[in-house]
Design a protein around this ligand. Structure first.
Ligand code: TUI
Length: 312
């Protein structure tokens, strides 16, 4: 699995991506994952250009290895983010939460390797028609944050069959068994989000980490389906209220107001009751705080153990 097709394209050692999670994936987390041989990803989220430039520069100070920037296409600063990519010479961009079509030309001219995250086969097919798209992340609805509707088990093989670029599987993967399963479905790499939230190098509040560690298999719900932006999130006072208001047909404008700034409250201020604690369904299995290197080694060892057991 090491040094496979994806590793060759991106010049990384291990085909494991750390998910670009808004407010969570900063230079500290991304550099630690890249230093451990995976692909560290800074999340631009809704952040302004100066924060993004600062994080890119910090990451370059912390690692000589390849890293990526995740661009959240709903960001109000999206044009500035694209400029930051080009000015700071970021070599790999992962896009999410929308169609990056408008930005392909600019990124491609700058020689950026583009890896769109897609939740459907039709999006996947559309994305690979563009120059510069070297791979796709196929993200199943087990994932935390903004999601589609199809689950990983069904989504991965269908996207693998539909495109001729390597596919990175995401959504519900947090140990070596999940990595092995993804590879069995035809993926050439995995993207892991939730497990990296509790990594030593992840700067989120202790309260956020504790909330993930305490989660069970049934601890997430999906809010925002009525506004067209479904988000998987841990159950708490905030998400239950949001869901209740949604069920009562509250207007999208009011819901948007209610949600504004809530991810930051949980990640930065540690308000895990009134804030938005995004995490995937696999949170129930994430129990241990450890370094990114230790997580990557465990994913690799677990993958190898699983494959051996399958063949026994
Ligand atoms: O982007 C994610 N996960 C995210 S982004 C985020 S920040 C946020 N917060 C609140 C509301 C919305 C976003 C938190 N988590 N994952 C990748 C992903 N991309 N999942 C689904 C999609 C996606 C959705 C629609 C990709 C393309 C797409 O295209 C729509 C179109 O118009 O073509």
């Amino acid at each position: 699995m090491k040094n496979n097709e994806i590793c060759e394209i991106l010049n990384i050692e291990v085909p494991i991506f750390q998910g670009g999670m808004a407010w969570v994936s900063d230079s500290s987390l991304a550099a630690a994952v890249s230093n451990a041989g995976g692909l560290g990803i800074i999340a631009a989220g809704n952040a302004p250009k100066d924060w993004i430039v600062d994080q890119i520069r910090k990451t370059k100070e912390l690692t000589n290895k390849p890293f990526a920037l995740n661009i959240m296409l709903l960001s109000p600063f999206i044009d500035d983010v694209i400029d930051a990519v080009i000015e700071e010479k970021v070599k790999i961009v992962v896009t999410g939460a929308g169609n990056p079509g408008k930005y392909f030309k600019k990124l491609n001219e700058a020689g950026v390797k583009i890896i769109p995250v897609v939740p459907t086969v039709s999006q996947a097919v559309r994305m690979v028609r563009n120059d510069g798209v070297v791979a796709l992340v196929a993200e199943g609805a087990e994932a935390g944050g903004h999601i589609g509707v199809t689950n990983t088990m069904s989504l991965i093989p269908q996207i693998v069959d539909a495109v001729d670029v390597p596919v990175i599987a995401a959504g519900g993967i947090a140990d070596g068994r999940g990595v092995a399963a993804a590879f069995c479905l035809g993926a050439k790499a995995v993207q892991v989000g939730t497990r990296f939230i509790v990594a030593d190098e992840c700067s989120v509040s202790e309260e956020y980490k504790e909330k993930v560690i305490k989660a069970k298999d049934t601890s997430t719900i999906v809010t925002g389906s009525s506004t067209g932006h479904p988000v998987r999130i841990l159950k708490n006072k905030f998400s239950k209220l949001f869901k209740k208001l949604e069920d009562e047909n509250t207007s999208p404008e009011e819901l948007e107001k209610l949600g504004a700034g809530k991810l930051r409250s949980a990640v930065v201020d540690g308000d895990v009751d009134n804030g938005s604690v995004m995490a995937g369904q696999i949170a129930g299995m994430v129990k241990k705080r450890e370094s990114c290197e230790s997580i990557i080694n465990d994913l690799l060892e677990g993958y190898e153990r699983t494959i051996r057991e399958v063949y026994e």
